[in-house]
Design a protein around this ligand. Structure first.
Ligand code: UT7
Length: 337
């Protein structure tokens, strides 16, 4: 068995900055409410005509990661692309990325695990490397949330939270047994699928029928994200803790070994709660939700890239990525850098 380690990180966010103040023009909300409840000060949203799509943003982040890894697109053996906001119902964004990067006909797998998409994608990529099937795997998380939100008072409980962006990570094979990705935790609980969801149109309510239904029922909101915020919050704080504890235990470590926690940026209050539970200091938990909002599958690779750029990750550090979200799905990855 081989092991895999991170050799390149990249990120991209669209240029357009949407402040909390700007949102007050579209809905009954306030900068104070958003900051107090979520920690968010601004987010980046794609702009009409800026050329960004989910795969385009993923490709921008991937090019940066490739350059930093000293690799060409043709050196990549496999793509794992995590997103809940693909360009199309099908095919997924992974194949579009393969084309944009002018890569050979390597495999491209889309992961649809919402906020924990990047954690799942990382675990999947690691398995391909561990078994020896592939050497270099490109893992991408990219989201365009803004175009699917209900940007009105009706949707304010959800729409103020989400941002657009992309992050990328390149994993490569290593012979070092005690370095790189050492443990994963992956879980799901489908009984809560309807607690954080975009339901329609889909196979259970196909487009044509749904559009007819929408004409008769203009107040229908099934095509917008729905979140039972309080319930999701309560589950998140428990599941985050379990996933982090599980990867530490699997790697034979304790919370004292942890150097840096990169939580999915769902809500600053969730990150602060987890920090307190594990007795971590401020510099041991990386948060950037203030600038980007919740970018779902992109939040961890964006945060990981920023933390690395800021010199917060050193050789041999123990870094844990952890996420919870729609599904419910949750999990964590433990990396010895
Ligand atoms: O990333 C995937 C996982 N996601 C999460 O983990 C998110 C978890 N949940 C949360 O982060 C929080 O539940 C929210 C930030 C979404 C909401 O915060 P909250 O403290 O749970 O607020 P709430 O939903 O209980 O709403 C409190 C009040 C309500 O008014 P009333 O009923 O008390 O009069 C809402 O209507 O705040 C109102 N409200 C708003 N007011 C101003 C909801 N959204 C807004 C808003 N601006 N944007």
């Amino acid at each position: 068995m081989y092991n895999s380690k991170v050799i390149g990180l990249g990120k991209y966010v669209p240029e357009r900055v949407v402040t909390n103040e700007e949102l007050t023009r579209y809905m009954d909300t306030s900068d104070e409410w958003i900051r107090e409840r979520t920690g968010i000060e601004q987010r980046h949203w794609v702009a009409e005509g800026d050329g960004n799509t989910t795969a385009v943003m993923g490709a921008k982040a991937a090019r940066q990661a490739l350059e930093r890894a000293g690799l060409k697109p043709s050196d990549i053996d496999f793509i794992v692309f995590a997103t809940l906001s693909p360009e199309f119902f099908f095919p997924g964004s992974g194949v579009l990325l393969q084309e944009l990067l002018e890569m050979p006909t390597v495999g491209a797998l889309d992961v649809r695990n919402q906020c924990s998409g990047f954690v799942y994608a990382t675990a999947v990529a690691d398995q391909f490397i561990k078994t020896g099937m592939y050497k270099n795997v490109l893992v991408v998380g990219s989201e365009i949330q803004s175009t699917g939100l209900d940007v009105s008072t009706r949707g304010r409980g959800v729409s103020v939270i989400f941002g657009d962006g992309a992050g990328a990570m390149i994993l490569t094979r290593t012979e070092e047994k005690k370095k790189g990705l050492l443990a994963h935790s992956l879980h799901s609980e489908g009984k809560y699928a309807d607690q954080l969801t975009v339901k329609y149109p889909a196979s259970s309510f196909p487009s044509q029928k749904y559009f007819e239904h929408l004409q008769q029922n203009p107040d229908e909101t099934g095509h917008f994200p729905y979140m039972n915020g309080n319930f999701v919050f309560k589950n998140a704080v428990v599941r985050f803790q379990e996933a982090i504890a599980e990867v530490l235990q699997k790697a034979g470590m304790s919370k004292e070994d942890l150097d840096l926690l990169i939580p999915h940026q769902a809500n600053l209050r969730i990150s602060q709660f987890i920090q307190k539970m594990f007795g971590l200091k401020d510099h041991q938990v990386y948060n950037n939700i203030q600038k980007y909002g919740n970018t779902t599958a992109a939040s961890i690779p964006i945060a990981l890239t920023e933390a690395w750029e800021a010199g917060k990750i050193k050789e041999n550090d123990i870094v844990v990525l952890a996420a919870f979200g729609s599904g419910f799905t949750w999990g964590a990855n433990l990396i010895k850098w």
